[in-house]
Design a protein around this ligand. Structure first.
Ligand code: BG6
Ligand code: MG
Length: 217
């Protein structure tokens, strides 16, 4: 049998940072008078920072110059990083650390495949930077999810064929990207959002070592 491996999304799979993104975007929404709820925040999951801003602006029918957009994204990221700075190992989602250690100990290849430009800072904060030998993040790609670029680069880094890669994702855009890359996809979350995934788990606590072994066979 050919070798298989895993590609992990970061936000919502390894750590729960969606709440920090929400708080940081919410402040901008308030500044601009845009009604922005936690439900709206779902639309931002998995998509790039620039696309997130576009979605927020379209919710309030707000038009900005490119200069203003850059400025607001910078300010948003500074607020976001202030939350990130307080993260530690306790912010790793249930079962993930055990799974990564198991994969490492058994020489099963795995990579990060994230849209975030803050991926390394976050991994360092929760003490997982060392365990990842392959990282593909928002700094390495020119096309955001649902484009498959991020996962295809990860497969190359792992020296695996796309069809032998198993993507773990909590965002609809990420599941679509995995599909387009012809990879196996495991959705973490609700059927409503992630119905297109090959496998669906309600939370990372269900992504046990036994379950991962099953995916490899
Ligand atoms: C994704 C998040 O992982 O990263 C998105 O799900 C976020 O919500 C995107 O917009 C980009 O993140 P960052 O950290 O580069 O602003
Ligand atoms: Mg995610």
């Amino acid at each position: 049998m050919e070798e298989k491996g895993f590609i992990f999304d970061l936000d919502g799979v390894i750590v729960d940072t969606a709440k920090f993104h929400y708080l940081a975007w919410k402040e901008l929404a308030n500044q601009l008078g845009v009604n922005f709820t936690e439900e709206h925040n779902e639309l931002l999951k998995g998509v790039s920072r620039g696309k997130s801003l576009e979605i927020l602006l379209s919710l309030g029918d707000v038009t900005l110059t490119d200069f203003e957009k850059e400025k607001y994204m910078k300010e948003k990221n500074i607020r976001y990083l202030a939350y990130v700075a307080k993260m530690d190992e306790s912010d790793i989602l249930s079962g993930i650390k055990e799974l990564l250690l198991f994969l490492k100990q058994n020489n099963i290849p795995f990579s990060l495949g994230s849209a975030s430009k803050n991926a390394r800072v976050i991994l360092e904060g929760v003490n997982l930077l060392e365990i990842f030998t392959a990282i593909v993040d928002g700094n390495d790609v020119s096309k955001a999810k649902p484009n498959p670029e991020v996962f295809l680069i990860a497969a190359e880094k792992l020296k695996l064929k796309p069809e032998n890669c198993i993507v773990i994702e909590d965002a609809a855009a990420g599941i679509e990207a995995a599909k387009r890359a012809k990879m196996v996809s495991v959705g973490i979350g609700e059927e409503e959002m992630l119905g297109a995934a090959d496998f669906l788990l309600s939370s990372t606590s269900k992504l046990t070592i036994e379950y991962a072994k099953g995916l490899l066979n």
